[in-house]
Ligand binder design. Structure first.
Ligand SMILES: Cc1ncc(COP(=O)(O)O)c(C=O)c1O
Length: 426
């Protein structure tokens, strides 16, 4: 299968290990050879309700039997309206919101950037180092994750500025988390706004409340609160990229809710429809006032994906968000308990079932253990645990939100064994 793939599929994909799935159920994945794996990757934080949750499959089946497509940009249908109503009910913004429907995270970002420019009449965008927002040309311009993602594709959309992300484990200005008052925000206020771009020409600041591809780095609440104050002073919009951190994964519907900050626009994708393609830009209704023809997508808001999203949101609200909070706390505690045993672990962090473990060669110097990280991911795979790397040297646990305590314990045990194997080899 892998050999056939190599002949006909784009080699730009990043496959970390040779898994060829045959079927999945809950947190279990079976490969074509009959090996069963515990899935703590969830198709990159997508299978929020587990593989093929019966309620989601039923919703998809019923909708598929009615109609598959009608183009929500040209016609009306109830699943899209109902999903927009549901999003209006769960969006952490006061006042009305409206939603634009696309098919992927990058389209959600693309729509959000276009809306920010259109609604403010301003051109510039501020984003953060380490941020990943997608691979289409606008989203790629704000992405500052790995150079391999940008190399060879420039020039990019102009008017984009990057600022340091508040990575407390590696504080860009050497402060301790306990005493941090979000001083790294000064870079935007006292460097960017003084030397490079006037704040009244900035349309939006796009931020992941928890960086995903960047290494599962959690922005402190006080940072987001001060960022919100700064943007309000200058009439700048906040676009919360919740593509990875949203839809219940952190134990709240959206990660930004921990800070109490209300964004102006939220980009949603990945877990929203349990694996069906869906990307959404949800914005304050006062902003989403662009006239017919300004933005649209043939497949966006596909009725089958809408049905999957409605079933997903119901499951999240009924049980899975609470499960993510409880089992996530258990997983984080179990991984933290490994710190004393494994010198490779530099940091364990996260919220709910969005958990990152950063590996270092040395705890004092915090030198990044990138090769060791890759070796641990492979050693875990060989033992039946699916995890993925994030950033240069972190490992992410982003399981389906149906993960049980027992499955979390299994994941911790296998991870422990994988670390032991790699540490023994050093
Ligand atoms: C935070 C974030 N934004 C945007 C994207 C892009 O999503 P997609 O791959 O669906 O285009 C990703 C994908 O990993 C992401 O993690």
């Amino acid at each position: 299968m892998i050999e056939r793939d190599s002949k006909v599929v784009s080699p730009s994909y990043t496959r970390g290990y040779p898994l060829v799935i045959s079927k999945g159920s809950g947190c279990a994945v079976e490969d074509v050879d009959g090996n069963v794996f515990l899935d703590c990757a969830a198709g990159i934080a997508v299978n929020s309700t587990g593989h093929s949750h019966p309620a989601v499959v039923q919703a998809i089946t019923e909708q598929a039997q009615r109609f598959l497509h009608m183009s929500g940009t040209d016609f009306y249908y109830e699943p899209q309206v109902r999903l927009a109503e549901e999003l209006a009910a769960i969006a952490p913004m006061a006042g009305g919101v409206k939603s634009f429907f696309g098919n992927s995270g990058t389209e959600a970002i693309e729509a959000s950037l276009k809306l920010a420019r259109f609604a403010t009449g301003r051109q510039n965008i501020i984003a953060f180092f380490g941020g990943f927002h997608g691979r289409t040309m606008g989203a790629l311009a704000v992405t500052a994750s790995k150079t391999v993602q940008r190399r060879g594709f420039g020039p990019f959309m102009p008017g984009v500025f990057h600022a340091p992300y508040p990575d407390c484990y590696r504080c860009p200005i050497g402060l301790e988390p306990e005493t941090c008052a979000a001083e790294c925000l000064d870079f935007i206020d006292h460097q960017l706004f003084v030397h490079l771009v006037a704040p009244d020409e900035v349309a939006a600041i796009v931020i992941e409340p928890i960086q995903g591809e960047g290494g599962y780095v959690v922005a402190p609440d006080q940072f987001l609160q001060k960022l919100s104050e700064l943007t309000k002073t200058h009439g700048i919009l906040i676009i919360a990229d919740e593509v990875q951190s949203g839809m219940g994964r952190t134990g709240k519907m959206f990660a930004i809710e921990f800070s109490g900050v209300q964004p102006d626009v939220i980009a949603i994708a990945k877990g929203v429809a349990s694996g069906m393609p869906m990307g959404i830009s949800t914005a304050r209704a006062s902003l989403m006032a662009w006239p017919p023809g300004t933005h649209a997508s043939t497949f966006g808001g596909n009725p089958v994906s809408c049905a999957a999203a409605l079933a997903t949101i119901k499951l999240l609200k009924d049980q899975l968000m609470a499960n993510a909070a409880a089992v996530g706390a258990h997983l984080i505690a179990g991984l933290k308990a490994l710190i004393d045993k494994h010198p490779l672990i530099g940091d364990v962090r996260g919220r709910g079932l969005m958990v990152g473990v950063e590996l270092v060669k040395d705890r004092q110097t915090k030198e990044r253990a990138s090769e060791e990280r890759n070796a641990v991911v492979t050693a875990a795979f060989n033992r039946g645990l699916l995890i993925l790397g994030a950033g240069k040297n972190a490992i992410r646990f982003s399981p389906p939100l149906v993960l049980t305590r027992e499955e979390a314990d299994t994941a911790i045990r296998i991870f422990d064994e994988a670390l032991t194997e790699v540490e023994r080899r050093r």
